[in-house]
Design a protein. Structure first.
Length: 403
């Protein structure tokens, strides 16, 4: 994007305060990576975007009173930043649970200050989080979604899903995206190994279980003997040694010793991208997803995909980009992986399709344009509401009397 194009595209945009987590890398979640990509974008520079970093390393052992004091201090810090920065728009990225409640307070604080607010939902467990909440919490969630100026969601699936929760909320689809340089690096695809299956967990036991690790291991136990040339890389494992014990119990120690099965803990970005470049099949047997960045990266790398029909995955892959199955259906997953291992031509066809789709629909330049359009819509609507509430104001800095 040239400098002239940047100016013509973004020069009329407001100053934006972004609320989200900014931990040190490696990023373990999609929200963190989304924040990082947005802050590095042309859009951030043109909107003079600043981050209110609400990241705090999780610690379940913190006393409740300490947590309450910390959050009260964060709200005070947010109000001070709003007063100092005087943003034109606040963009809040959120997930579920206590994180949602914290971010809802920031969003409502900005609304009370008269600022337009975009609230972006990033967690694939949001519907389950809402359904298992008490009635007062459901009311809080629903009213928050309906009071902000816009709820940004990552896919049509999530617009329908959250629309059932908050029918009066105003939704806009803004997908995740990949930086142009990252896409180009993945497109290079040096050292691809046909028949290499990649799984990436989160490094945390409960969430990695939710990614379908146990189901994948069952498929691995059956498919490694059936496809002796296949290779398997399981990264982001919270307890690699525990997985190794299971593999040994199924008589596959020799495959580990020969390097056909590799077990890794949390990997940094460089290693993750190298694994994507060298693998040909992504296994994503998740029970929940929103719009996984890992899948976007795999698509850009030209990988075939065996994944569950959850969240935005079916929209991203369509009918030709992957072999899809229902979450928890172990035989369906095994059949999907077996099909890809048995038919290299299908792997290549899915990879070509997925590369083209990422470049066309999920580059960061496309995401920036959608986000910029959303910012303009929200600011224009807020301006119109202000003119209706103050009828003597016809335009910024101008009144009927002066005309």
């Amino acid at each position: 994007m040239s400098g002239g194009h940047e100016k013509s595209t973004y020069e009329d945009l407001p100053q934006v305060l972004l609320v989200g987590p900014g931990p040190p890398p490696p990023y373990l979640g999609g929200v963190e990576k989304g924040v990082d990509l947005l802050l590095k974008s042309d859009l951030a520079r043109q909107t003079r975007m600043q981050l209110f970093n609400n990241y705090r390393k999780p610690d379940p052992g913190r006393p409740l009173l300490q947590r309450i004091r910390y959050q009260a201090g964060m709200v005070r810090a947010f109000r001070k930043m709003v007063h100092r920065m005087r943003p034109d728009l606040v963009h809040v990225k959120t997930s579920i649970g206590i994180n949602f409640h914290q971010n809802a307070v920031y969003a409502r604080t900005a609304l009370w200050k008269g600022l337009p607010v975009v609230l972006q939902i990033h967690d694939g467990r949001f519907e389950a989080f809402y359904q298992r909440s008490s009635s007062p919490v459901r009311l809080w969630v629903r009213s928050t979604l309906e009071q902000v100026d816009r709820v940004a969601v990552l896919s049509e699936y999530w617009r329908r899903s959250l629309g059932r929760i908050a029918p009066r909320a105003r939704f806009e689809i803004v997908p995740n995206g990949l930086d142009h340089s990252e896409i180009q690096a993945l497109l290079a695809n040096k050292g691809r190994r046909m028949g290499q299956v990649l799984f990436v967990g989160t490094g945390e036991e409960e969430t990695t279980r939710g990614k379908g690790l146990e189901e994948l291991l069952e498929a691995l136990f059956a498919l490694v003997p059936e496809y002796p040339d296949s290779r398997w890389v399981l990264a982001g494992l919270p307890l690699p040694e525990a997985v190794l014990r299971q593999i040994r119990a199924h008589g596959l120690q020799q495959s580990c010793d020969a390097g056909r099965i590799r077990l890794l803990g949390v990997v940094d970005e460089e290693v993750r991208l190298r694994l994507l470049e060298e693998s040909s099949i992504l296994a994503m047997p998740s029970y929940y997803e929103n719009m996984p960045n890992l899948l976007l990266e795999a698509m850009a790398a030209g990988m075939a995909v065996a994944a569950t029909r959850v969240g935005a995955i079916p929209e991203m892959l369509g009918e030709e980009g992957g072999c899809l199955f229902r979450p928890g259906e172990r035989q369906e997953m095994r059949d999907s992986l077996a099909r890809l291992l048995a038919v290299p031509g299908l792997v290549e066809a899915q990879g070509r399709r997925n590369r083209a789709v990422v470049q066309r629909e999920y580059s960061m330049s496309v995401v920036q344009e959608r986000t910029a359009s959303l910012y303009r819509q929200v600011m224009q609507e807020r301006s119109q509401r202000n003119r209706r509430s103050l009828p003597w104001v016809t335009s910024p800095g101008r009144s009927e009397e002066s005309s």
